[in-house]
Design a protein around this ligand. Sequence first.
Ligand SMILES: CC(=O)SCCNC(=O)CCNC(=O)[C@H](O)C(C)(C)COP(=O)(O)OP(=O)(O)OC[C@H]1O[C@@H](n2cnc3c(N)ncnc32)[C@H](O)[C@@H]1OP(=O)(O)O
Ligand SMILES: CC(C)C(=O)C(=O)O
Length: 561
Amino acid sequence: MTTTPVWNPQRPSPMPYHRYRPFQDRVSVPVTDRAWPAARIERAPLWVPVDLRDGNQALAEPMDTPRKRRFFDLLVAVGFKEIEVGYPSASRTDFDFVRHLADGGVVPDDVTPVVFTPARADLIDRTFDAIEGLSRAVVHLYIATSPVWREVVLGRGRAEVWRTVRGAAEHMARRAGDAPGVRFQFSPETFNLTEPDFVLELCDGLTQLWDASPDRPVTHNLPATVEIATPNVYADQIEYAHRNLARRDSVILSVHPHNDRGTGVACAELAVLAGAQRVEGCLFGNGERTGNVDLVTLALNLYAQGVDPMVDLGDIDAVRDTVEHCNRLPVHPRHPYAGDLVHTAFSGTHQDAIGKGLAEHARRARESGVAEAQAPWSVPYLPIDPADVGRSYEAVIRVNSQSGKGGVAYLLRTHHGIDLPARMRADFARVVQEATDDSGREATPKELYELFRATYLTDGAAVRLHDWSAREEAPGVHRFVCTLEAGDRVGDHEGTGAGPLTAFVDALAGAGVAVEVLDFTEDGTAAFAECRVGGVTAWGAGTGPSAAVHAVLSAVNRAVR
Ligand SMILES: CC(=O)SCCNC(=O)CCNC(=O)[C@H](O)C(C)(C)COP(=O)(O)OP(=O)(O)OC[C@H]1O[C@@H](n2cnc3c(N)ncnc32)[C@H](O)[C@@H]1OP(=O)(O)O
Ligand SMILES: CC(C)C(=O)C(=O)O
């Protein structure tokens, strides 16, 4: 009998989970002595964006030629070298776009378009008509291969599916003729639910039929059409294919993860560990249902490991703008690397760590004589330098009621040049927290400065300083002459001291205001004073030519308030 441990009071869910079967009851996964767990990714696989086909087919409003062209140009600019450009037999729009590429001479010499086709002769013909005139293309054939799809969708057994595939592949080979620029790709759709021996039968059959060679390899693309299991299972399936596919040096082993379980990225990464050489996906993860695997995340995950991603995402906002425009879909603010909020910390201890980390990064770069943008990165909570993807540091720290003194001080310093002394930061952070707790909102840098000004940069009403002057009468002897208004009394006062501030404090004492200056600092922009008056301690600040005097007066007034 299982007992529920005391530390875990969870109750059985009323949901009908018994309706679903674990992956091991749905597909056999033969790998046992797996090598992928110990492997490392040391180079980028060939990335193949399928936004213009798989991404496009998931859009309520498919892209028209101008949008597709804009997307295509972006993909080329980012550095992708193989790009799936459409499903030409699906619609006139898709056909026309491929013709637009073929007729317009817009495909660079080192970029290969891929076109997608089902296993039907008429649709294959239409596909070849679309690519007529392109000097290079990959023609990508697909058919679903798993038991459920065979039975329910295609109504064909294994032998019939193979006959369909073989017929289609022979037709493709006929249509391609001797054209050296045409290569072939095959996807057993729903690979991850297909019997492994059937996958090998189909793929090896095509490798042979298309007479694959290292100079003219075929691509076998093994999709997780609908994710069914944890990523280690997909990795096992890919490793099995990697080890057992015939003429392995003539086969490009490709993967195509979807994200139904939210693990598309993990599936792709583990698949590469398991032997995949090519990854199909979409920028920011658009695609059927929960999307295709996100190529931006995959590439930047490699980048964050110090591996060349082989694409340029240095202006991620420009990439995102174009993708959002073409897909008419927003990128989530928490999207890895690209979301509006992903380089931003609101919480106090994170801000403190980031502020210290950025200062330390600058210091180390200076000391080693390396530009900050080139120096090794190890700033807490920021997996990559936001500047590397074109983000400024402005958004890194933002303040709300969960922020602490570190973040507040950072914003005042970076936006307004005001460097609060260490001990004053907690004082101002309390003021900010009260304001943000009251408003329930974020405080912008401008609002923070306004709060700082209203709190500290006012001389106050209890003790007012009217005409005054200070001068050094003799070395180390300062005289402060002023008219002071303290409560309802106004009078002229003088004070002397070793410095102008002590002379001012002496004058205040003459007016009956006994002040002890506990702390005083001044930077180029402002002066800060902590004073005790009648047993009460308060901070004040001042700016401008008489910053020091105003800082003391502000602290005095805040103490006697
Ligand atoms: C996982 C993927 O992303 S697969 C790609 C999915 N993308 C798309 O479907 C977008 C483009 N598709 C289309 O424009 C159309 O579906 C077409 C032109 C391909 C076919 O259109 P239609 O002839 O009207 O058929 P329909 O859309 O209903 O598709 C179902 C038929 O295709 C068959 N089919 C499904 N996949 C394939 C395939 N890979 N090869 C051959 N036939 C297939 C089905 O068995 C079914 O045949 P049936 O009508 O004899 O039962
Ligand atoms: C057929 C393949 C490439 C696919 O789009 C999928 O399985 O999702």
